[in-house]
Design a binder for this molecule. Structure first.
Ligand code: FNR
Length: 189
């Protein structure tokens, strides 16, 4: 049975992040042959094109983690109707130097949780725009805009309602198929 390594990128650095919790809940819904590694993005320097020829160790680490992955899972909040700056910073870093992007061809899923009723729809749309440019085949359906209210997660961090759990299981099942179908198509450039 093939093993699939997924680079998990959470767009929040907050200790009690609902997106981190959502990511952890999703990982528990994946089949055994899928393993997830959460990429650290909070220690990356601010992107500066002057450093392209001499990338910081943290940037090299991120690029290696992405390059070595069979797929990507982005779980992100929405900040001011877009992605948080830390996520954009990470995306920019691993896309450079020009011609040496780590992202190209890696199948991706995009999901996010918000306390607001549109559930990160704008943030996800902006992220999809970047991923399209970076040649990342991104699952289109089902979309998942998770509106987190009090009680969404139980004390163990599981999704409390059965309906929400079923919905997320369906999302994960489709994501797994997406990665299986598109893994191995990664290109350089
Ligand atoms: C927010 N939040 C927010 N929510 C939303 O639905 N749309 C938005 O545009 C914004 N904008 C925004 C900007 C900034 C700077 C902050 C700090 C927050 C609220 C956001 O959904 C909430 O803080 C979540 O809890 C953030 O996700 P994590 O950090 O808990 O994963």
């Amino acid at each position: 049975m093939s093993q699939y390594r997924i680079a998990l990128i959470v767009g929040s650095l907050r200790r009690d992040s609902i997106n981190k919790k959502l990511a952890e809940a999703l990982v528990r819904l994946a089949p055994k042959e899928f393993s997830f590694h959460r990429c650290e993005i909070g220690d990356l320097p601010l992107y500066n094109q002057d450093d392209d020829g001499n990338q910081a160790p943290q940037v090299k680490r991120l690029k290696q983690e992405v390059s070595g992955a069979d797929g990507l899972l982005f779980v992100t909040p929405e900040y001011n109707r877009s992605v948080p700056g830390v996520l954009k910073n990470a995306i920019d870093h691993a896309s450079r130097p020009y011609g040496q992007s780590a992202w190209a061809g890696k199948p991706a899923g995009v999901i996010g949780a918000s306390i607001g009723s549109i559930g990160t729809a704008m943030s996800q749309q902006h992220l999809r725009n970047m991923l399209a440019y970076l040649d990342v085949p991104t699952m289109g359906q089902p979309e998942a805009f998770i509106h987190v209210k009090d009680g969404f997660f139980d004390a163990d961090g599981n999704v409390a309602s059965e309906d929400s759990r079923k919905f997320l299981q369906g999302w994960m099942d489709r994501y797994v198929e997406w990665v299986r179908t598109h893994a191995g198509e990664a290109r350089t450039g």
